[in-house]
Design a protein around this ligand. Structure first.
Ligand SMILES: [Zn+2]
Length: 251
C-alpha cells in the first residue's frame, strides 16, 4: 500500500458516506461500507480527506504525500479517482492538506501531476506563479483558517510567462504581471545567452522565480511566516519538468 492510501483513507470509517475506504490492516485488507463493490488498491480513490486524517499529518508527511502522488503520475499508476464519490464525501466540509500556487499553463495541472483528488488540495494558479496580495490572502485562508499544512509554490519548465518577462513583453494587464517576474530575470546568474530562446536560461529564471515567490510569501505574510516559524506549516518551492513529468521539490 502506498503512502497516499495510508494517509488518505487508512482507518477512516464514516457510514454516512456510503463509500468504501481501505483499512489500516494492510494492502489486502479492506472495509466495505454501504454495500459498495470491491475495489482494488490504486483502482479507485473514493474518499476525500477527513479532518482527523489531515490533522494527523505533519507538514513533512504532506510533502511526502505530494511526492508520492507525482511518483504515481510519472509511473502512469495514478489512483482511479472516483470523483463522484469524492464529491459526495466532501460536500459537508473540506480538509485539504496543502495549497498549491502554480502557473496557469495548461500543461501543469497540479491535481493531475500530483495525483490528488477532490478535497485534498487548494489550488491557486496564475501566470508565472507569482504572489500578489489576493493570492497571499488565499494562501492565508488555506492555512490559517482551513488548516492546510503545506504551501507548495510550483513553477514549470518552458514557462511562457517567464519568457514574456525575459522579453519585456507588454500587453494590457499582462504587463504588470510580468513586471513581478522581472526581478527574477535580473537576479538569475547564468553564463550563456540570456534570451527567451535559450531554454536553459528560461528554466533558470523559472527556478529563481519560484524562490522569489517563496521569499515573498514569507516576507509579505506575517500570518504564514508565523505559522511556519511555529512548525505548523511548511512553505516549499518546486519545479515541474514538462519533460519526464517530475516535480522537483526544493525542500
Ligand atoms: Zn507558466
Amino acid at each position: 500500500m502506498n503512502h497516499q492510501d495510508e494517509s488518505c483513507c487508512a482507518g477512516a470509517v464514516d457510514t454516512s458516506r456510503r463509500t468504501m475506504l481501505t483499512s489500516t490492516l494492510g494492502a489486502a485488507a479492506f472495509t466495505v461500507i454501504g454495500g459498495a463493490s470491491w475495489l482494488l488498491p490504486g483502482l479507485a480513490q473514493a474518499a476525500a480527506l477527513t479532518k482527523d486524517q489531515r490533522d494527523a499529518m505533519t507538514p513533512d508527511q504532506v510533502v511526502a504525500m505530494l511526492k508520492d502522488g507525482n511518483q504515481r503520475f510519472r509511473a502512469g499508476k495514478m489512483q482511479g479517482h472516483d470523483y463522484l464519490a469524492q464529491k459526495r464525501a466532501s460536500v459537508a466540509g473540506q480538509y485539504p492538506a496543502a495549497v498549491i500556487l502554480g502557473c496557469i499553463d495548461s500543461r501543469a495541472p497540479t491535481e493531475i501531476i500530483l495525483d490528488t483528488g477532490i478535497g485534498e488540495t487548494f489550488t491557486g494558479r496564475v501566470a508565472g506563479n507569482i504572489a500578489n496580495d489576493d493570492l497571499l490572502g488565499s494562501l492565508e485562508f488555506a492555512c490559517a483558517l482551513a488548516g492546510a499544512k503545506v504551501v507548495l509554490v510550483m513553477g514549470h519548465t518552458a514557462c511562457g510567462a517567464i519568457k514574456g518577462a525575459i522579453d519585456g513583453a507588454k500587453l494590457g494587464n499582462l504587463t504588470g504581471l510580468l513586471d513581478k517576474i522581472r526581478p527574477a530575470v535580473d537576479a538569475t546568474q547564468f553564463s550563456g545567452e540570456r534570451s527567451s530562446k535559450n531554454d536553459a536560461f528560461v528554466d533558470a529564471v523559472a527556478a529563481t522565480n519560484v524562490r522569489h515567490t517563496v521569499d515573498e510569501i514569507r516576507r509579505r505574510s506575517d500570518v504564514l511566516a508565523g505559522l511556519e516559524k511555529d512548525g505548523k506549516i511548511k512553505i516549499v518551492g518546486s519545479m515541474y519538468h514538462l519533460m519526464g513529468g517530475e516535480v522537483q521539490f526544493y525542500a
